[in-house]
Design a protein around this ligand. Structure first.
Ligand code: 3PY
Ligand code: MG
Length: 249
């Protein structure tokens, strides 16, 4: 079966850089996938993806060297199974707060005997006819730690077998800590505590960064699964720069 270097690379302790796809555009998915990032992540939790466009985006991304990853709308085995059956090679599962929730995500991603994923579908066989027997170790499972409760349970969550990455949602975490919109030592300490927990458990740690500058700085600190931005944010930046340029005339 086709093997993407990003999983091996995370396990080897190296960083990977990607882009979030939120607006539901297959044209932007194509641009991002061909731009040469390690992964492209389709966001079904907060993004605007119609079902048909999701499948097309996965088809496009899987023709490139970028790993096609999906954030399902929730930690639900049906939603996770559907994303994987359509060709996602990794999932970023939102709001994983307890060991039981981490076990639920891991079971949804792995076929028996490691998990309880139901086998069916055909698209994934394009990755290799041995997909049903070979996919378990190839699929990236990142669980999102983004609440006070997840922080308190970090060791319980990261010791669940089959979790490859702890992905921090800094926005939700800040809201839950009551620090949103301002610099906060408490928030920063939470990020560093999760990074250290990942190192203790041999689990890669990721962080939503939002820009190449932050992604590079965080990667240097040891965060491994980092994004350089969100599709719409690149558009906003260009749009605002254009608007400023004419306003200043
Ligand atoms: C968060 O910051 O809460 C996220 O989920 C990142 O997308
Ligand atoms: Mg979040």
């Amino acid at each position: 079966m086709r093997s993407y270097p990003v999983v091996a690379s995370l396990l080897a302790g190296r960083p990977s850089f990607g882009v979030w796809l939120t607006v539901g555009s297959t044209v932007l998915a194509e641009e991002v996938a061909l731009a040469g990032f390690d992964w492209a992540l389709i966001d079904l939790q907060h993004g605007y993806w119609p079902e048909a466009a999701l499948l097309s985006a996965l088809q496009i991304i899987s023709l490139t060297s970028s790993v096609p990853i999906v954030r399902p709308a929730a930690n639900d085995p049906t939603l996770i199974g559907r994303a994987l059956d359509q060709g996602a090679m990794g999932v970023v599962v939102p709001m994983v707060n307890t060991r039981a929730e981490a076990e639920r995500a891991a079971a949804a991603v792995r076929y028996p005997p490691q998990g309880a994923r139901s086998a069916g579908g055909t698209r994934m066989l394009l990755y290799g006819e041995d997909y049903f027997s070979a996919a378990n170790p190839e699929i990236l499972l990142a669980v999102m730690l983004e609440t006070r409760q997840a922080l308190a349970n970090v060791d319980d969550i990261l010791s669940v077998p089959g979790i490859d990455c702890a992905f921090i949602g800094p926005g939700d975490l800040a809201i839950d800590l009551g620090t949103y919109g301002r610099p906060s030592d408490e928030h920063e300490a939470a990020l560093q505590a999760i990074l250290q927990a990942g190192q203790r458990h041999g689990v890669a740690v990721g962080l939503a960064c939002g820009s190449p500058e932050v992604a590079k700085r965080r990667a240097a600190e040891g965060f491994q699964f980092v994004d350089v931005g969100v599709d719409i944010s690149f558009f906003w930046q260009g749009l605002r720069a254009a608007q400023r340029a004419v306003k200043e005339m």
